[in-house]
Design a protein around this ligand. Structure first.
Ligand code: ZN
Length: 217
C-alpha cells in the first residue's frame, strides 16, 4: 500500500484513497472551455498512483499528451462521515504539493464519449506527492503554489482562488464516503496546464512549506 510521509511525526501512513477536484479554479475551467461548476466535481485516483519526491515517471505508450496539473493536497487525520463544514478543519492533519498527471488526449476522448476518465488520471505515477507538513495554525487562504519545468515557471496559483474550499469539499464528500485517516484530497489546478516531454524536470512548491521534484523519463 502506498503511503504519505508526515513530517510532524516522521510517520509514513497508508493512503486508503485519493479524492481530486476538477475545475476548482475559474481560470483553469476557462482554459478547459468548461463552465465553473455549481457543486464540487469529484473524482478519484487509486493509491497505487502515488510516487514520491525524486521519482521518475514514464510516459504511458497510450498517450501523446501527458499534462501537468499542480495542486495543493490535504491529508485527512481523523475518520469521519457526515462531517459538518464547521468541523471539517479538525479532520485535516497535513498538507503538501502534488501533481495530478493527466493523459489529456485520452481524457478528452473519454469525456467526449461520455465515459469515465479514470484511466487517463489514475495510472501508475499519476499522483506524485511531496511530504506532508502540519496545518496547525496555517491560514489556508495564504497558501501559494508554483511549478517550474526545466527551471522555467509554468504554473502559479493561490488557494484563495479555489471555488470550493476544503471545508466545504469535506462536508460534501463525507455525505457519501467515509473519510479515513490518510485519505488525500487534491484541490484542483490553477491555469497553465501543459504538455510534458521526455527528460523534463519538474519542481513544484507549496511555497514556504513543501516541495516536490520529479523527472519525466
Ligand atoms: Zn487536477
Amino acid at each position: 500500500m502506498k503511503t504519505v510521509h508526515l513530517t510532524k511525526t516522521s510517520d509514513d501512513i497508508i493512503v486508503p484513497k485519493i479524492f481530486c477536484l476538477g475545475k476548482n479554479y475559474a481560470k483553469h475551467a476557462a482554459e478547459m472551455k468548461s463552465d465553473v461548476p455549481q457543486k464540487p466535481v469529484v473524482f478519484m485516483k487509486p493509491s497505487s498512483a502515488i510516487v514520491h519526491d525524486g521519482a521518475e515517471v514514464s510516459i504511458p505508450a497510450m498517450t501523446n499528451d501527458l499534462h501537468h496539473e499542480t495542486e495543493i493536497y490535504f491529508v485527512i487525520g481523523k475518520e469521519g462521515k457526515d462531517i459538518r463544514k464547521e468541523d471539517a478543519r479538525s479532520h485535516i492533519a497535513a498538507m503538501g504539493i502534488g501533481l495530478d498527471l493527466t493523459l489529456r488526449d485520452l481524457q478528452t476522448e473519454l469525456k467526449n464519449a461520455g465515459n469515465p476518465w479514470l484511466i487517463s488520471k489514475g495510472f501508475d505515477g499519476s499522483a506524485p506527492i511531496s511530504n506532508a507538513v502540519p496545518v496547525d495554525g496555517v491560514d489556508f487562504n495564504s497558501l501559494e503554489l508554483s511549478l517550474a519545468v526545466n527551471g522555467k515557471p509554468r504554473q502559479q496559483g493561490s488557494y484563495k482562488n479555489t471555488i470550493f474550499k476544503i471545508e466545504e469539499v469535506i462536508a460534501f464528500i463525507s455525505q457519501l464516503f467515509t473519510l479515513e485517516r490518510g485519505d488525500l484530497i487534491f484541490t484542483g489546478t490553477p491555469e497553465g496546464v501543459a504538455k510534458l516531454n521526455h527528460g523534463d524536470k519538474l519542481h513544484a512548491e507549496l511555497i514556504g512549506y513543501a516541495s516536490l521534484d520529479i523527472a519525466i523519463l
